[in-house]
Design a protein around this ligand. Structure first.
Ligand SMILES: Cc1cc2nc3c(=O)[nH]c(=O)nc-3n(C[C@H](O)[C@H](O)[C@H](O)COP(=O)(O)OP(=O)(O)OC[C@H]3O[C@@H](n4cnc5c(N)ncnc54)[C@H](O)[C@@H]3O)c2cc1C
Length: 396
C-alpha cells in the first residue's frame, strides 16, 4: 500500500487560540450579511477586508515575505472556524493557497515581486484558471494555448470555465498548453502544459474577457476568454512544459483546506440542529426527545468527527513534508460527504423551517453541496485511491 504514515505525529494540532480569534471576527458578519449577498450575488468585500487586515489570508506565506509562516493546520483552523460560524470562505480561500505554486516553483525575483504584496493584500491572487468546458477533469486534454511570439511574450488563446473570483482578483494562475497535444511524446504525457501568472489588471479587455456565471450558490464564479492575450515571458512560473506537475503539487494543500471548510459546515449544521431539536416542542415534548430525530443528528456527528481525524492526519503529514496525496484526497471526500449528510439532516430536523431563508440552512445547504464536486469530484478521489493506493488497474 502506498499510503504514507508517520506514527509519531498522527494528527495535526487544532490551534484553539486561532479559532477563538477567527470566531470573534466572524461574529461581526451575521446571517443577514450573508443572506443579502446571496440574494444579490454580491462579493463579501468587508469580510475579506477584515480577514486580510487580521492577517489570516497570508498565514501560509513565509515570514520573510510578510506572512505568518504557519503550517497548513493553522490555515485549516481558520477556514473551519469561518464555516463553523456560518460564514463562507469561498470568496477568498484561494488567496491562501494559490500562492503556493509561486512559492514552490517561482523564481527568486517572482517571489520578491509578488509574495509581499499578496501577503499585505495589496495584490489579490485568487483566480485559478485550470478547468475548461471541453476537458473538465481531464486536465491533460486542455486546449488553451500559449505560444511564444518572441523571447519576451506568450500569446494566449482559449477559454476557461469556473474560474472563481476572476472579477475579484488582480492576478490569475493560468495553466495553458505550450506544446501542441499531437506533438507531445506519449511517454511525456504530463508535459507540455505551463503555468503563467496573468496580471488581469493589464489584460482585461485587452485579450481577456470575463463573464460571470450565475450558480446555485453565491460563488462569484466566471468563464474567461483569451483572444490573443499577451503575457510577458517573465511571468512563466518555473520551466516551460512542467506546469501540470506544479499545479498537482499544490492540490494536496487545496484538498486539506477545502476539507476543513466542510468540517466547519458540518459542525454548523449539527449545532443548529441540536439547538432546534431541544427548543422545538411538539406533542408536549422537544422533538429532540424522539429517537427518529436524535439518531440522524448523532449519526451526522459521528461522520464529521471521523472525517475530521482524516483531515488532521492529512494536515500532519503535509506539515511533516510527507507526500499526503492519498490522505488529502480521502480527507476531502469524507469531509465533503459528511458535511452533505449534516446538511440533509439539518433540513430534516427543521422541517418546513429548514427551507426558510432567514434560518440560513437552505443557503448553507446549497454552499455545502459544492464540495463533493469541486475542486475534485468524489469519483476522481475514488479513482485515485483505487489506482494509486490499492494498486487496481486504471479504469479510464
Ligand atoms: C462553483 C465552482 C467553482 C469552481 N472553481 C474553479 C476554479 O476556481 N478554477 C478551476 O480551474 N476550476 C474550478 N471549478 C471546476 C471544478 O474543479 C470542476 O467542476 C470539477 O473538478 C469537476 O469537473 P467538471 O465539472 O469538468 O466535470 P467532468 O470532468 O465533466 O465530470 C462530470 C462527472 O463525471 C465524473 N467522471 C468524469 N470522468 C470520470 C472517470 N474517469 N471515472 C469516474 N467518473 C468520472 C466526474 O466525477 C463528474 O461527476 C469550479 C467548479 C464549480 C462548480
Amino acid at each position: 500500500m502506498a499510503t504514507a504514515t508517520i506514527a509519531d505525529t498522527p494528527y495535526a494540532p487544532t490551534h484553539p487560540e486561532i479559532r477563538d480569534a477567527v470566531r470573534a471576527l466572524c461574529l461581526k458578519f451575521d446571517g443577514a450579511y450573508w443572506r443579502k449577498l446571496d440574494r444579490e450575488r454580491g462579493y463579501p468585500t468587508e469580510f475579506v477586508k477584515a480577514l486580510t487586515e487580521a492577517g489570516w489570508l497570508s498565514i501560509l506565506i513565509p515570514e520573510e515575505y510578510g506572512g505568518a509562516g504557519l503550517g497548513i493546520s493553522a490555515a485549516s483552523a481558520v477556514l473551519e472556524e469561518i464555516h463553523r460560524a456560518g460564514c463562507n470562505a469561498a470568496a477568498c480561500h484561494a488567496q491562501m493557497y494559490i500562492m503556493g505554486t509561486v512559492l514552490r516553483h517561482g523564481s527568486k525575483d517572482q517571489k520578491q515581486r509578488y509574495l509581499p504584496k499578496i501577503a499585505s493584500g495589496e495584490m489579490r491572487l485568487q483566480a485559478f484558471g485550470v478547468t475548461e468546458p471541453s476537458s473538465g477533469t481531464d486536465t491533460l486534454s486542455l486546449r488553451t494555448t500559449a505560444v511564444k511570439k518572441n523571447n519576451s511574450t506568450y500569446i494566449v488563446n482559449g477559454q476557461k470555465v469556473w474560474t472563481s473570483r476572476a472579477e475579484h482578483s488582480d492576478l490569475m494562475l493560468l495553466l495553458a498548453r505550450t506544446t501542441p497535444k499531437d506533438q507531445q511524446a506519449k511517454a511525456k504525457r504530463t508535459e507540455g502544459l505551463s503555468v503563467f501568472l496573468v496580471d488581469m489588471r493589464e489584460t482585461l479587455n485587452k485579450g481577456l474577457t470575463i463573464r460571470s456565471i450565475r450558480t446555485m450558490m453565491n460563488h462569484n464564479s466566471t468563464e474567461v476568454f483569451f483572444d490573443n492575450m499577451e503575457v510577458p515571458a517573465e511571468n512563466l512560473i518555473g520551466e516551460e512544459g512542467q506546469g501540470f506537475r506544479y499545479i498537482l503539487s499544490g492540490m494536496n494543500a487545496e484538498r486539506v483546506l477545502i476539507a476543513s471548510e466542510s468540517i466547519g459546515d458540518g459542525r454548523w449544521f449539527i449545532e443548529k440542529a441540536v439547538n432546534y431539536a431541544k427548543e422545538r416542542k411538539l406533542f408536549g415534548r422537544p422533538i429532540g426527545q424522539n429517537q427518529g430525530v436524535q439518531y440522524p443528528i448523532a449519526r451526522a456527528y459521528t461522520q464529521i468527527e471521523a472525517a475530521d481525524l482524516m483531515v488532521r492526519k492529512a494536515a500532519a503529514l503535509f506539515e511533516a513534508g510527507v507526500n499526503a496525496g492519498a490522505e488529502a484526497n480521502i480527507a476531502k471526500m469524507l469531509a465533503s460527504e459528511a458535511a452533505w449528510a449534516c446538511a440533509e439532516m439539518c433540513v430534516q430536523t427543521h422541517g418546513g423551517f429548514g427551507f426558510a431563508e432567514e434560518y440560513d440552512i437552505e443557503r448553507k445547504f446549497r454552499e455545502a453541496r459544492l464540495y463533493t464536486v469541486a475542486p475534485i469530484s468524489t469519483n476522481m478521489v475514488l479513482n485515485f485511491v483505487a489506482e494509486h493506493v490499492l494498486g487496481l488497474p486504471r479504469s479510464y
